[in-house]
Design a protein around this ligand. Sequence first.
Ligand code: BDR
Ligand code: CA
Length: 307
Amino acid sequence: TTDIVLDCDPGHDDAIAALLALTAPELSVRAVTTVAGNQTVAKTTQNARQVLTLADRTDVPIARGMTEPMVRDPMFAEDVHGESGLDGPALPDPAVNTADEDAVELIARTAKEVGAITLVPTGPLTNVGMLLKRYPDIEQYINEIVLMGGAVGIGNYTPAAEFNILVDPEAADIVFTSDVPVTMVGLDVTRSARIRTDEFDRFRKLGTEVGETVAGWLDFFHRFHEDRFGWDGVPIHDACAVAELIDESIVETEKMHVAVETSGNHTSGRTVCDRYGVLESEPNTDVGVGIDRDAFVDLLVEAVARY
Ligand code: BDR
Ligand code: CA
């Protein structure tokens, strides 16, 4: 099994990504850490505690992370995820407390104890950027970073940028220029992995608390995507990164050089992906370019059915 740390900002798709990871036989979730992103870190932490409780996985250590991006002012996505960051179905009261240490310390300690972890960030990269800065020796304990963020093509929160990278481009820059192997699962993948509304019932029909909750999250998440993009269906962005780790045949990747725009007027937070190698720079990232949508949806339904 692959030992992972989930670094997240739940968030409907973060929550589903966590449920997928927590029940996957291929993965062992060694810690969950939270970051400001979809909502304040107080709210994303509360949500993560509730998701672990829903999953009956109060054994997993959880720590709260950075309150704001490394350089910039915070920015939240309440238009997408609601006031709580995880609006929709009622969740159980949290039965797990956060650790005394912060997210960056918990990730560092876990990495050293386990010896080699895979880091799975599904929110802004602030905690990960801080980790790489605060612990210069940590890279040797991180096998890989498989993140949800960025896009080869157009963005979602601005025409140029995807939300997670847009919120903290300076942290993202640290990640992409580090020596840790990076797999970027961005919008090119996640937009192709939309669950159609006629498939929501596959979760509801499981007849379980978790199945019902996931279906309720999909209903809530869908409203925004229908209004903004006119889509019949929702991209479960963050779960695509976890799916890539569970079964690498699900997500198609290509090696290329990726640079993060940290100073553009209109393009701040853009992941500049040199897909055709026109700059002749050394590839530094495995970039997701496609996904087997049907296999992805089946994987999610099977995972939720295990609860
Ligand atoms: C990303 O932004 C957040 O709203 C989602 O949780 C996902 O991580 C998609 O751009
Ligand atoms: Ca997220």
